[in-house]
Design a protein around this ligand. Structure first.
Ligand SMILES: *Cc1c(COP(=O)(O)O)cnc(C)c1O
Length: 461
C-alpha cells in the first residue's frame, strides 16, 4: 500500500516509511492512495474471531509490502496481550439500544493504548532495519502522553519528547507521564494550552533546521499507523452486534478527530456504519463545521474532559481531503487559508456530503454530569467525562432504532474528581496504578515558543 499527502506535494511513501514519518514534508497528512474494501463475506467471516485475528484481517491491506500476516499477527499478539481484558475491547450493554465499547483496558487506561502499544512495536521493528535514532516529539492533552511513554520507554533507538499544557491535565494523567524515569523519556510542561503545544510540534516538523538535524517521528494521531489500529475495534464491535446484516451507529467523544476518522475508514472499507455521531464538549469547532460549515477557531475553554479541549482537529484535514475529491492542491490552498485566517467556510456541497455519514452534537457540562448519573443509576456503569459526552450525544440522536455504540475512551479512575462530583461515587485506582502518588516525578517547564522547544530537543537528541 502506498500513502499520499493530503496537500499533494510530498513524495508517496510505503507503510514502513509512513509509520516513521509522521507529518508529510508539505505540511499535509498521509492517507492511503486508495481505500481498500472488505467484502460482505469477509466481514461476515469476522464473527467469532479473536481481537488479534480481527486486527490482522482489517489491517492486512494497509501494511501490505511491509509486514506479512505472520509478522502482523505476532505484533498484535504482543501489543494486545498487555490488555487486562480477554476481549481486549469488550462491549457492555446499557439498555435496548445503547452499548459502551470499553477501550480503556490497556496499560494506561485510555483508548490511546490500542494504537500506541502497536505503534511502539512497529517503531522498534522498522528501526531495527536502519541505523538511526528516531526523535519522537508529541503534544498531549492528557492521554496520548502516558500511552506513548508506556509504549516507548526504554526502547532502543527512540528518544521521546512529550509536551503537555501545564496545569491542564488531571493529576493522574500528569503522574502517569512524569513518574516514568526512563532516560529516553523527556516530559515538558508548556506554559500554554494544548493547541499551542500542538502548534509547536507542527512547527518543529516543518522547521528546516530541525528536519535536517533530526529524524523526526510522530505519535500523535497525525501518524497514520495510529488511525489504522483504531479501525479494528469498529469492525470488532459492529460484527458482534450483527454486522454486516445489521448496520450500527457509533458515538465518538472527539478531540483531534482521530478516533472518529478511524470509524470513517471502517465505513469506507465496507462496514455498514449507520451514523458516526461526533460528540464535542463546549469546544465545539467540529460540531459547528459539520452542522453549518463554520470551521473557525475560537479560544479553548478548559473542561472536565481535557482530552477534548481542542479547537484545531488535525485529522479533520483527512476528511476534507476526501470531501474535496482528493484534490491535494485544492485542499492545500484551503488549509493555507485556514492556517493564516483561523477560519474557513466549508462549501455547502461538502457539508451536505459529510452529513450522509456524520452527525454531531455539542454537550454542555450539565448534560455531561446528568449522563454520568444516568449511566450509574440505570445501568450500574461508572463512566468518565469523555465517555459521558459521547453517551449524551448518542442518547440525543434521533436516527431510528439502530444499535448505538458509544466509545468509552477512558477509565473513570483517570478523572476521579469529576466522576465523584457527578455521581457521588469515587472510582478506585486500578492495581496497575498503585503507588502512582508516591512515585518521584521528573519534567521541565518551557515557554510556549518553537525556539525554546527546538533548543531543548536539539540539545538532548
Ligand atoms: C484522545 C481522547 C479523546 C479524543 O480522541 P481524538 O482521536 O483526539 O478525537 C477522547 N477521549 C479521551 C479519553 C481521549 O484520551
Amino acid at each position: 500500500m502506498d500513502y499520499i499527502s493530503t496537500r499533494g506535494n510530498a513524495p508517496a511513501l510505503g507503510f514502513e516509511d509512513v509509520t516513521l514519518a509522521g507529518l508529510a514534508s508539505d505540511g499535509g497528512l498521509y492517507v492511503p492512495r486508495d481505500w481498500p474494501t472488505l467484502s460482505r463475506d469477509e466481514i461476515a467471516a469476522l464473527a467469532g474471531k479473536s481481537y488479534v485475528d480481527t486486527a490482522v484481517a482489517v489491517m492486512r491491506p494497509f501494511v501490505a509490502g511491509a509486514l506479512d500476516d505472520a509478522a502482523l499477527h505476532a505484533l498484535c499478539t504482543e501489543a494486545y496481550g498487555r490488555f487486562d481484558h480477554a476481549a481486549v475491547t469488550p462491549l457492555v450493554q446499557l439498555d435496548h439500544q445503547h452499548w459502551l465499547l470499553e477501550l480503556f483496558h490497556g496499560p494506561t487506561l485510555a483508548f490511546k493504548d490500542v494504537a500506541l502499544q502497536l505503534l511502539g512495536l512497529l517503531f522498534e521493528r522498522f528501526l531495527g532495519h536502519r541505523d538511526t535514532t528516531l526523535t519522537v516529539v508529541g503534544a498531549t492533552s492528557g492521554d496520548t502522553g502516558s500511552a506513548a511513554i508506556d509504549a516507548l520507554a526504554g526502547r532502543a533507538n527512540v528518544e521521546l519528547f512529550m509536551l503537555h499544557p501545564q496545569g491542564r491535565v488531571s493529576d493522574v494523567q500528569r503522574r502517569q507521564m512524569t513518574t516514568v524515569l526512563a532516560p529516553n523519556v523527556h516530559n515538558i510542561a508548556i506554559e500554554g494550552d494544548f493547541d499551542q503545544a500542538q502548534a509547536i510540534v507542527k512547527a518543529l516538523f516543518a522547521d528546516q533546521e530541525a528536519r535536517g538535524r533530526l529524524n523526526l517521528g510522530a505519535v500523535n494521531s497525525i501518524n497514520w499507523a495510529r488511525l489504522m489500529a483504531q479501525v479494528v475495534y469498529y469492525f470488532y464491535a459492529a460484527v458482534r452486534l450483527g454486522a454486516p446484516e445489521q448496520p450500527v451507529a457509533f458515538a465518538v467523544p472527539t478531540g483531534n478527530f482521530g478516533d472518529v476518522f478511524a470509524g470513517y475508514v471502517a465505513a469506507r472499507m465496507g462496514l455498514p456504519v449507520a451514523k458516526l455521531i461526533v460528540a464535542t464538549n463546549v469546544n465545539d469547532i467540529l460540531a459547528r463545521a459539520l452542522g453549518s460549515g463554520d470551521y473557525s477557531m475560537q479560544g479553548v475553554t478548559p473542561t472536565a474532559a481535557p482530552s477534548m479541549d481542542i479547537q484545531v482537529s488535525s485529522n479533520f484535514e483527512r476528511l476534507l481531503f476526501d470531501l474535496a475529491g482528493r484534490d491535494g492542491n485544492a485542499l492545500g490552498a484551503m488549509m493555507t487559508t485556514f492556517d493564516s485566517e483561523k477560519k474557513l467556510d466549508l462549501p455547502p456541497t461538502m457539508v451536505a456530503e459529510a452529513a450522509n455519514l456524520f452527525a454531531s452534537a455539542r454537550v454542555d457540562p450539565d448534560t455531561m454530569a446528568m449522563t454520568m448519573r444516568w449511566a450509574y443509576e440505570h445501568a450500574g456503569q461508572v463512566i468518565d467525562p469523555h465517555t459521558a459526552i459521547g453517551l449524551a450525544a448518542a442518547r440525543s440522536f434521533a436516527g431510528g432504532d439502530v444499535p448505538i455504540v458509544t466509545l468509552a475512551t477512558a477509565h473513570p479512575a483517570k478523572f476521579r474528581d469529576a466522576v465523584e462530583r457527578a455521581t457521588g461515587a469515587r472510582p478506585t485506582l486500578p492495581s496497575r496504578l498503585a503507588g502512582l502518588f508516591e512515585r518521584q516525578e521528573r519534567y521541565d517547564t518551557l515557554p510556549a515558543t518553537l525556539a525554546a522547544v527546538k533548543d531543548y530537543v536539539l540539545e538532548r537528541s
